[in-house]
Design a protein around this ligand. Structure first.
Ligand SMILES: [Zn+2]
Length: 167
């Protein structure tokens, strides 16, 4: 069984890769809103776009996934089912249309899961991080300008001005 804590659970289930609870997407798939994504995880606060331009890489993943899926459809209909060429092309076209949104979303989910791991202690991590931010504020330093608190290597940073402590 693929359950919480397993990477496949968050990739295929389109969940936040850090807490495996929050959803990635605001709208259900059938509404066909391609990139209708939460900015932060609604549960743990992870910022999904790890850095500016982060999603460009996901486009390559999407291209790879769709090529693979369409190739499989072609091979199955052509070789296993022995359909005529015209029907094969229709099957490929229909698959591409139906799978387009899912594929694009799956690619982003996959891409984010490559760099962010499951962390069941995200609450504690948030608390410790907020302590460090508070200490910096007391010293008159803007924590949002401290790279260790804003860069993607510190997974789980929230958008400046928002706090996810106590959720
Ligand atoms: Zn989360």
């Amino acid at each position: 069984m693929i359950t919480k804590g397993n990477k496949l659970y968050s990739i295929v289930g389109m969940k936040c890769p850090r807490c495996h609870e929050g959803q990635l997407w605001k709208s259900p798939l059938y509404q066909m809103k391609l990139y209708d994504m939460h900015e932060n995880c609604p549960v743990c606060g992870l910022k999904y776009e790890q850095e500016p331009g982060f999603w460009y890489g996901a486009m390559y993943a999407a291209y790879t996934f769709s090529s693979g899926a369409l190739l499989i459809v072609m091979l199955v209909t052509l070789l296993a089912l022995k359909w005529e060429l015209q029907s094969v092309f229709i099957a490929i076209g229909v698959t591409a249309l139906i799978g387009f949104t899912y594929n694009a979303r799956l690619a982003r989910s996959f891409w984010l899961n490559l760099v962010v791991d499951y962390n069941p202690n995200w609450k504690q991590q948030n608390v410790e991080r907020e302590k460090r931010r508070e200490e910096l504020r007391k010293q008159g330093i803007n924590p949002d300008e401290v790279s260790s608190l804003t860069t993607p290597t510190h997974h789980g940073y929230e958008t400046p001005g928002t706090s996810f402590i106590g959720k």
